[in-house]
Structure formats: structure tokens, C-alpha cells
Design a protein around this ligand. Sequence first.
Ligand SMILES: C[S@@+](CC[C@H](N)C(=O)[O-])C[C@H]1O[C@@H](n2cnc3c(N)ncnc32)[C@H](O)[C@@H]1O
Length: 413
Amino acid sequence: MAPLILKPTSPAHGGAAVAREDGKVWLVSYALPGEVVEAEPRGRQGGVAVAATTRVIEPSPRRASPPCPYFGVCGGCQLQHADYAYQLELKKQVVEEAWARAGLRLPPDTPVLGMDEPWRYRIRGEFEAVAGAEGWRFGFHRMRSHSVLPIDSCLIHDLRIERALPMFAQVANEMHLDSLQNMLVTVEPGGSGLLWRLRFRGREPRWPRDEFAHRVAELLPELTLLDDTMSLEFWGLTFRARSDTFVQTNYRQMLVLYRTALDMLAAKSDERVLDLYAGIGTISVAVARDGAGVTAIEENPHAVQLGRLNARINSARIEYLPGKVETVLRGIRLGQHQAVILDPPRAGCEPAALAELIRLGADRIVYVSCEPSTHARDLVGLVRGGYRVRRAAIVDMFPQTYHIESVALLERS
Ligand SMILES: C[S@@+](CC[C@H](N)C(=O)[O-])C[C@H]1O[C@@H](n2cnc3c(N)ncnc32)[C@H](O)[C@@H]1O
């Protein structure tokens, strides 16, 4: 059979490039717009034919040589083959396309805020356990697969995480641990703490947890092993976080994201602000520090508990309301809050949450999102409810990967 030759023309969300050949649409991974590539069909995804680049015939001038030895096999990164400035351009095009599809126009002056050093930025990583001939190792799922690729290095994680992985694996082997599933590790950006959590397949067996931690700690003398909470500090504020509470994985860009969102929010000291999907209250506390009173809504009880603690630690005026945003908002009276900031998970807002936001009619809404398609969908809902998009920004929280974080400011029109 003749090889498949494709000429992708535009980026797709997910990191592939879109090519059209004889009326058929292809999503081509590891190819860039403007290139000519030889590709191999790899089935279908969401109704679209998928292909992987096997040879680049005419490379893009923006093509980069991926520094990671696992790139192309590992499911973690999708864009290392594009130079970093181009990654940012591609992400903006993806957001423009998502907004256009929803019937919105991304403001042309929308900045894309990238990193000076777009590597080693993750302070949290989840690694799958895999048993091989030499015993346990940790790694990532392979691209579009459930099988695990063991790794020795990962250039987007904090080096301390990379160094800790083989130590955990070594001790798991020494102690003959069974049925390991995965491990979540988070390092303190400004300290030496390493928060860890092991998960087992099925029910957690009885295992010598303390002995395990003690032995790993011996192998990692430069780190302090933590299994309950860790500390997170920025702008002179202090927070406690846990493995089962959300943290922004890119600590350096978190500061850029929060600065961008808070500038858009421009909360005044006599205002009350709603922080929805508040997590452990990092945004709430930063808003309250500038004087505004904050009502935070969050469904994860552990995050609520830490959120209340974080408010106390930082002497911040925050009322935490536990529960789902779509339900708790029903109990909020009209006119109590002048501004809203929200940062939902990828799925975006439930329709009921949007309806409640529209009912409350705050002057300003700042919507932070890690998924452009649901962001655009929800923004359209708010626009139909009487808001106008005033500003937007893209903050690159996930260099080398396809993930995109965007922020929009809406005002009541
Ligand atoms: C993307 S995180 C944002 C956390 C926080 N704003 C931050 O910057 O650290 C989303 C948070 O929303 C919470 N969450 C998810 N669905 C929710 C819902 N329907 N109602 C309330 N909280 C929800 C999650 O537990 C998580 O803490």
C-alpha cells in the first residue's frame, strides 16, 4: 500500500494537526501545520481518522528537536516537536477556534503568557506503577494506551520528583510490596517537603507504611517526607495542601495566572467576592488580602477544612460554604456580591451553576478554565445571560503538552 502523505494546515486541541486529504479529515500527531509528512493510520478518535507521523518530508521552520527520550511514546507531552514560542501561537489558535465554534470572538489583544524556562515546572506528578523483570518501576501511560511506560526522567517535573521515583521503587521492591497502582508526589516549591501517597489495586492491603516511609527518607536525606500536609507559599501568604486537594501543578505560572485573574477582577476593599470551585482557598486568600470579603464554595470536604485553616493562618476574611457550586449558589441572596471568580474543573460549569450566576447578576465575573471548549461553551451561556466578554488571557500552565489555561473577564452589559 502507498504510504499516506499528509499536509496538515491547522492545530487541533489535543496536540495533533489537522490535515484534509480527498475530502477526509485526519488528526496527525507529531506533525505541525505547514509540514508535509508521511503518516501511519491509527484508527479513529471521536469520529475522526487519526494518524501518527512516521517521517517528516518537509519540516516546518518551527520544528524543534524533542529533548525527551520518551517523546512520541509517552502520553504526557504532545508538543515538544514545536519550538516553545510556536507552542504558544498554536495554543492561541486552538482557543480562537474553540471560541469561534461557540460563536464568540477571542479579543485580538489576548496575550499568551508563556514561561521563560518551560521545563521542570511541575511540582506534582502522578506516576503509574509497573512490575517488570527488575521489580517495581514508575512511569506514565503510553500515548493512547493503558499500558505503562517506565521512565527514568521527566523533563517537565521538578528534579526532586524525578530523583525520588527510583527510591520509592527501590523500597517497594525491598519490602516486596504487592498490587501497587500509582503514586502521587508533590514537592514544596519553597521548602524541602515531599508529600507522597501510594495507591494499591483493589482494597489497600495491610502494609508497613511507617517503615516504608522511614526507609525512603533514608535514601532521600535532602527531602522531608510528608504524608499529611505540605506548605505552599506565595506573596507572603502561607497555605497547607494535601494529596487529595487540588494544587496548581505549575507553581511558577500559578503566580502569573493569579496575578492575571486578580488584575481582571480588580476587587475593591468594600466589595464582596464569590470564589467558586475554591479548592484550598489560594485565590480567596489572595483576594481577601487586598481587603475584599470573600465567600468561597468548594465541594471537597478536605479542601474546605484546609481552606478554613488557610483563611485563619493568613487572617483572611473568608466564609467557606461546603458543597456543589450549582446547589450552594441557590442559597446566596441577590446583591450580596459585586464580583465572582471561578475556576472549575475541565468539565466546566453545570447549567444550573450558570443559571444561578446569571440570577445573581454580579458586575464582574472572572472565569479561569483549563479546558477551552467548556470555557467557550460557558462564556456563551453567560453572554446570553447578559454579560459581555471584556478581556481574555491565555496563561501557559502546561508547556510541552496540549493543555491550555485561559482566563476571561465578563462584565454585565
Ligand atoms: C481547578 S480546581 C481550582 C482550585 C482553586 N481555585 C485553585 O486555584 O487552587 C477545581 C476545584 O473545584 C472543586 N469542584 C469540582 N466540582 C465542583 C462542584 N460542582 N462544586 C464545588 N466544587 C467543585 C474541586 O474539588 C477543586 O478543588
